[in-house]
Design a binder for this molecule. Structure first.
Ligand SMILES: [Mn+2]
Length: 508
């Protein structure tokens, strides 16, 4: 994993966006350009390929923010010093390969090129602008230049359908923290689409596939700016008969999709995660989400299936397979479940009252996204050994765990350290520092089964903090409390639970 400090060793530095650069490629390239310029480096920002930048929003972006990008023709002479391809991977199909003495890659697409050593690829980041911003933070560089902040913000905006399809916490952090000129962003928004794209949207709407059983629609559009996908799906979801939809199209390396839902049982982020599972990534909010499917992985798994059929099938499967459990009813059928004992395991727990006062509205941000918590004195924040964050009612918690008055320590570093934000004043605290250790009481009896369908559980007394389970996870209910229903991931389950009675037999 490269850092900006390492790249600073080279001179001169050339930063290359992919051919037909979009807002994110230009913004992230401009970010690196500005950084190296401030370090006194000889640096230039370029792109190549047959087409020149001509889309209205992009030419406006270049002039508003004074971005010095130039078009170059392919050349045989190697580029001196270091060439960094940004928002793309050197040698991939969407970027003209320019010979160079040294090459580095900074990108957020699926890994396609593996023979470049100096490389930083984060496929779960919503934009390459976010990755550049993160690398700034790591290098101790703060964005104070308004033009640069506005560019990076617009890069994220254009790559996440107007910020609606964000699911990586790093993207959320940049969205919330980076300085930007609201007036200029408004100006850029009004120039988003071309007449050609208006026509693409019109044609796409005429060719929608509608499923009357589940009230969903699927649309494939011609190649276009990914922003358009979000706009079309925003339009579709307003149609009375349509309660959820996927709008997608084909890109160089796969399929980009935009998901909307207004159904209580089928959230857009769940649909996006389900459709892309194993072949890409997806997520977002309950009403708006997005995702990406990697072409190679798709073609490996579905050799002959047409993508439109695939999307439709996955949607139907999602609805067929979705079970909702209201734990308060206490009537979960356990006849197909087996009895297990929970071993005693350690967790971290945090009393939010140790961080912010009673009544504070907060947002807990972790790799799994944002979780809203109004500090009510009734919940603990739990941290699992892999950094997973969830809430537990204090009463339930005390029944199941013994507190150990020790600081909690994670066995390994996390990809993103969870934070809690005070929504009143925006102040943030790292969660791990407040965590204490606890050990679950062993030998708690549960009924459990491996899930074949996705489930959604509305916990008793706590219906707003919905739990989700996917096929392969275990659905558990406590033997002594049929209202205590929850889901445990497969790996965790095998670690922490054993079949009731098994050990006895083995010991004998
Ligand atoms: Mn991008």
């Amino acid at each position: 994993m490269i850092t900006l400090e390492q790249l600073e060793q080279y001179e001169p530095i050339t930063i290359q966006c992919h051919d037909n650069p979009d807002g994110d490629a230009i913004a992230s390239g401009f970010g690196l350009y500005t950084y190296f310029k401030e370090k006194g480096k000889d640096v230039r920002l370029i792109y190549s390929g047959r087409n020149r930048i001509k889309k209205a929003n992009l030419t406006l972006m270049l002039s508003l923010l004074d971005i010095p990008i130039t078009h170059v023709e392919p050349q045989e002479e190697p580029i001196e010093g270091l060439l960094i391809t940004v928002d793309c991977q050197y040698g991939a199909g969407n970027v003209t390969k320019l010979p160079a003495e040294q090459v580095a890659i900074i990108d957020h697409h699926q890994v396609e090129i593996t023979d470049v050593k100096m490389c930083r690829i984060e496929p779960t980041f919503g934009s390459c602008s976010t990755l550049v911003w993160k690398m700034f933070l790591e290098a101790g560089y703060r964005v104070t230049n308004m033009r640069l902040g506005t560019a990076l913000y617009y890069g994220l905006y254009t790559d996440t359908s107007q910020l609606t399809e964000i699911f990586n916490p790093n993207d959320m952090d940049m969205r919330d923290q980076i300085i930007h000129d609201g007036e200029q962003i408004r100006h850029l928004k009004q120039t988003n689409l071309s007449l050609e794209e208006m026509e693409i949207a019109g044609l796409a709407l005429l060719r929608s596939i509608y499923n009357a059983d589940y009230h969903y629609a699927v649309i494939k559009t011609k190649p276009c700016d990914p922003n358009l996908l979000g706009l079309i799906s925003d339009f579709l979801i307003q149609v009375a008969e349509i309660n959820s939809c996927i709008v997608y199209n084909e890109q160089e390396d796969g399929y980009k999709l935009s998901v909307r839902s207004c159904s209580k049982e089928a959230h857009a982020n769940d649909i996006a995660a389900y459709v892309t599972e194993g072949i890409g990534s997806g997520g977002g909010h309950i009403d708006k989400a997005g995702g990406f499917i990697n072409r190679k992985l798709y073609e490996k798994q579905y050799t002959t299936l047409h993508t439109q059929a695939f999307m439709g099938n996955r949607m139907a499967e999602f609805f067929d397979n979705n079970q909702t459990i209201y734990a308060a009813d206490g009537d979960l059928n356990t006849s197909d479940m087996r009895e297990y004992c929970r071993k005693s395991v350690s967790f971290g727990y945090i009393d939010p009252l140790d961080i912010f006062p009673l009544g504070t509205p907060t947002t807990i941000r972790s790799m799994a996204g944002d979780l809203k918590l109004l500090i009510d004195g009734e919940h603990y924040i739990m941290i699992g050994m892999r950094g997973e964050v969830y809430l537990r009612c204090k009463e339930q918690f005390l029944n199941q765990n013994n507190m150990v008055r020790k600081r909690f320590k994670l066995p390994a570093a996390l990809e993103y350290n969870p934070v809690i934000r005070n929504d009143n004043d925006g102040s943030m605290r790292g969660l791990i520092a407040y965590a204490k250790s606890c050990v679950s009481i062993g030998d708690i009896r549960v009924y459990a089964k491996k899930l074949k369908k996705t489930v959604k559980i509305f916990p008793a007394n706590d219906e707003e903090h919905v739990l989700f389970g996917k096929p392969g996870d275990y659905l558990c209910v406590r033997k002594d409390n049929p209202q205590d229903v929850y889901v445990v991931e497969k790996e965790q389950f095998t670690l922490f639970y054993r079949r009731a009675g098994r050990r006895m037999q083995n010991e004998v």
